[in-house]
Design a protein around this ligand. Structure first.
Ligand code: HEC
Length: 110
């Protein structure tokens, strides 16, 4: 019985974690449009095709994606990105940054 109880708790925790991750991704998807990332980036057929992000989760680590969002200037210098207009320093809430990272990290192309 103790064992079954433990499994039930572990399973519930897993379900909650999975739902939380899905929720973050859904919020990130919405933020991507709301925060006008689509002015310079595209996902699928939405947004600016000069900056496709369909496989960004394969290309960059979560840390790198986060770094772009919180310090675009440093990343532009670091990667010597030449595309203009350059990505601006964004002011986002921590939770919004987390959601965007969760969403972008999940994009692995088809
Ligand atoms: C004014 C245009 C502009 C806007 C708005 C913008 N970006 Fe960018 N972003 C860029 C440019 C330019 C780069 C440099 C890399 C490139 O050439 O695409 C870049 C790079 C990135 C990268 C690294 C991509 C890669 O393939 O290496 C990520 C991740 C990113 N942006 C996320 C975002 C998110 C999330 C938003 C919205 C919150 C956003 N950007 C809004 C212009 C923009």
């Amino acid at each position: 019985m103790v064992r079954t109880g433990f499994l039930a708790v572990a399973f519930s925790a897993l379900v909650v974690a999975t739902l939380a991750a899905q929720d973050a991704r859904a919020r990130g998807e919405k933020l991507f449009t709301d925060q006008k990332c689509t002015l310079c980036h595209s996902i699928g057929d939405k947004g600016n095709k000069k900056g496709p992000m369909d496989e960004v989760g394969r290309k960059l680590s979560a840390d790198e994606i986060r770094h772009w969002i919180v310090d675009a200037k440093a990343m532009t210098e670091k990667t010597k990105a030449t595309r203009t207009p350059v990505m601006k320093q964004l002011k986002l809430k921590q939770g919004d940054v987390d959601a965007l990272v969760a969403y972008l990290q999940s994009l692995m192309g088809q």
